[in-house]
Design a protein around this ligand. Sequence first.
Ligand SMILES: Nc1ncnc2c1ncn2[C@@H]1O[C@H](COP(=O)(O)OP(=O)(O)OP(=O)(O)O)[C@@H](O)[C@H]1O
Ligand SMILES: [Mg+2]
Length: 226
Amino acid sequence: MEILRCEGLRKIYGSGENQVKALDGIDFSMEKGEFTAVMGASGSGKSTLLHILGSVDKPTEGRVYVEGTDITSMKPAQAALFRRRKVGIVYQFFNLIPTLTVRKNILMPLALDKRKPNQEFFDRVVETLGISDRLEALPGQLSGGQQQRAAVARALMYRPAILLADEPTGNLDRRNSEEIADLLKLSNRNLNQTILLITHDEKIALEADRIVTLEDGRIVSDRKRG
Ligand SMILES: Nc1ncnc2c1ncn2[C@@H]1O[C@H](COP(=O)(O)OP(=O)(O)OP(=O)(O)O)[C@@H](O)[C@H]1O
Ligand SMILES: [Mg+2]
């Protein structure tokens, strides 16, 4: 089943002499359960692409469909709701709320919709991510690796159609980076979670089934592994 499709995506920042073509005609799709890594030099358009796929930003041209819904034509409020319910996003800096416990952070997206968590799924996620004994701590009392696991757990709680991760290991040491990559792989395998992961790290990218490379806002290589 196709989860994600984008057609003719272009993104131009600025105008006149300051114009930057961040994306220059991206056509791309992902099937349910796929784990894709996006690589490319700094400035090649990776984060721009992720923001558009996550309905955080709009393209200048082109369309994005998530589970068949055109997210590019949504109004801001509708896009925000869609993002919360259908897309999980993880960034390099963990963006946890410092005054809430880890448990409350993880449950935040559901709480905003006044929804109760599926306890079994919650337990499974925090168990898988190895943070079940840190749930009552505040984010500041956790290591960087643990904070990132909490951010991944939060992104998974809504069982998003797609998990988007922008350099989630960019701020971690080698051991923690590999652990986070392993955990993404595990959620891909065990929960059939569809994942798009941006990384500079060749070794981390090798966890994915498919590696897409961007150069100057275009896809220059798209390889399936295996
Ligand atoms: N808000 C913005 N306004 C103007 N130009 C921008 C903006 N955001 C990004 N750009 C430009 O668009 C291009 C693509 O940026 P993007 O952040 O997508 O690159 P990236 O591949 O994620 O790079 P990195 O690996 O350094 O994170 C760059 O030339 C960047 O300077
Ligand atoms: Mg980036």
